[in-house]
Ligand binder design. Structure first.
Ligand code: 13P
Length: 246
């Protein structure tokens, strides 16, 4: 199982101390085989990486610029810069960035530049509420996956996160039946796009908490979780891990 904490635009240097319990958990025998990744804002990547130095917890960025080279892109950070400070993962195509203008073409360029730097990509996909109501979910997922992976070579370095956009931060999660179907669809689409993706990891994200995780984890094909709000608090994040492992 893979657990990814997405802190979004939260946290400052004082919050680093709050990670002690999760470091402790990561060293327990029972949790030896889980993969833990923290994606803080850029400002905390280096500090967090140092904090995790004697543990197996990795750090990831929440985004990167599509340009692989340095250049005149005020306020941006590219994958080369992320790599240089020991970042292992990068989230690409998050719903909040799609809302801010990221489209499949930009996402495709970001993936290529991240893979070029040997970063592992966490690619977010998911439909809006409008698309869900119009029964377009499968079509949208197919479009997002196909376009994002266009001429991408090292696909085995991509983890997929299914995050229905209407489930993010709303406290609403998909019905078990719907989620089961969507995960099956994603798996089929991935294999149809590239056979190498038959063992790709698929995470679920969107309003995951320690209560609902017990149900979601039972769904076949879900290999972990991408957690927003509940990951800001170590205790809540640990609860999610414990409830889904037991
Ligand atoms: P929430 O867990 O706060 O709904 O956020 C999910 C998310 O966007 C993770 O990337």
């Amino acid at each position: 199982m893979i657990y990814i904490a997405n802190w979004k635009m939260h946290g400052n240097s004082r919050d680093i101390e709050s990670l002690n319990p999760i470091i402790k958990l990561s060293k327990q025998k029972k949790y030896r085989n889980i993969k833990l990744v923290y994606c803080p804002p850029y400002t905390l990547l280096d500090l967090m990486k140092r904090k995790f130095i004697n543990s197996k917890i990795h750090v990831g960025a929440q985004n990167c610029h599509f340009n692989s080279e340095y250049g005149a892109f005020t306020g941006s950070i590219n994958s080369k810069m992320l790599k240089s400070i020991g970042t292992k993962y990068v989230i690409i195509g998050h719903s909040e960035n799609r809302t801010d203008g990221d489209n499949d073409l930009i996402i495709n360029k970001k993936i290529k530049s991240a893979l070029q730097e040997n970063l592992k990509v966490i690619l977010c996909i998911g439909e809006t509420l409008f698309e869900k109501r119009k029964k377009l979910t499968k079509k949208i997922l197919k479009k997002q996956i196909k376009n994002s992976l266009y001429k991408v070579k090292k696909v085995e370095n991509i983890i997929f996160a299914y995050e229905p956009r209407w489930a993010i931060g709303t406290g609403i999660i998909p019905k078990t039946k719907t989620l089961t179907k969507n995960i099956i669809d994603i798996k089929k689409i991935l294999i149809s796009v590239n056979k190498k993706l038959n063992s790709a990891k698929i995470l679920y994200g969107g309003s995951v908490n320690s209560q609902n995780v017990k149900e979601i984890v039972k769904i076949k094909g879900i290999d972990g979780f991408l957690v927003g709000g509940a990951s800001l608090n170590s205790k809540k994040f640990i609860d999610i891990i414990k409830k889904s492992i037991n």
